[in-house]
Design a protein around this ligand. Structure first.
Ligand SMILES: [Zn+2]
Length: 200
């Protein structure tokens, strides 16, 4: 009895998670990979969702995004990737360098949905789609193209490129560094102005 109860709860959870994936516009193969449901079951679920008055969500076809360099493209993407990675570490999706065992199976898919929902609630206009969030988690879990690291100045979690020539800093520390570099130049220019004003 208990075994069948457990199995029922697991199946229920799997379907709930698949519905989240559908709402987040995940591709069918991504939903299959993370929930273990068949393509046919996912399609039926999508149809049932529409019949229940669900919002028509675009069905993306073709390959999922695969370029991890996407997360390094702009400072906004770097910041949002770091925020999402931090949430994933807190929810046990990534070990964040602590060498703990990350969540697996359907619990991992549930944690991914929770992480993405939290990220969306923190960012007014998310730059990272759900499919890109999947790519980020998978890339960070492999730890080759991108890794979780700390800002060398303040220690805040960052997504870093292990092949970058300079150590990555968080936006705040980069701005502080840039301001410190600019300050002497400003002083010099002000001093030049003052010096100039003394000699009409
Ligand atoms: Zn910092």
């Amino acid at each position: 009895m208990r075994i069948s109860d457990d199995r029922y709860s697991r199946d229920r959870l799997r379907l709930d998670i698949a519905m989240h994936f559908i709402r987040y516009e995940a591709r069918t193969h991504t939903t299959r990979q993370w929930t273990g449901l068949t393509d046919d079951r996912i399609r039926k679920l999508y149809r049932a969702y529409l019949q229940d008055g669900g919002r028509r969500v675009p069905r993306h076809r073709g390959k999922s995004p695969r370029q991890s360099a996407f997360f390094m493209r702009t400072s906004r993407l770097r910041q949002e990737a770091a925020a999402l990675a931090s949430i994933c570490c807190l929810l046990g999706l990534l070990d964040g360098g602590r060498e703990t065992r990350p969540a697996a199976g359907v619990a991992r898919a549930a944690a991914l949905c929770q992480a993405y929902e939290t990220y969306r609630s923190l960012v007014s206009m998310p730059a990272i789609s759900f499919e890109h969030a999947v790519l980020l988690v998978e890339t960070l879990a492999r730890g080759q193209e991108l890794r979780c690291g700390g800002c060398p100045d303040c220690g805040v979690l960052l997504v870093t490129d292990p092949y970058a020539l300079r150590p990555a800093r968080c936006v705040r520390c980069s701005d502080t560094e840039a301001a410190d570099c600019a300050a002497p130049a400003r002083h010099r220019s002000r001093a030049a102005q003052l010096a100039g004003s003394g000699h009409p």
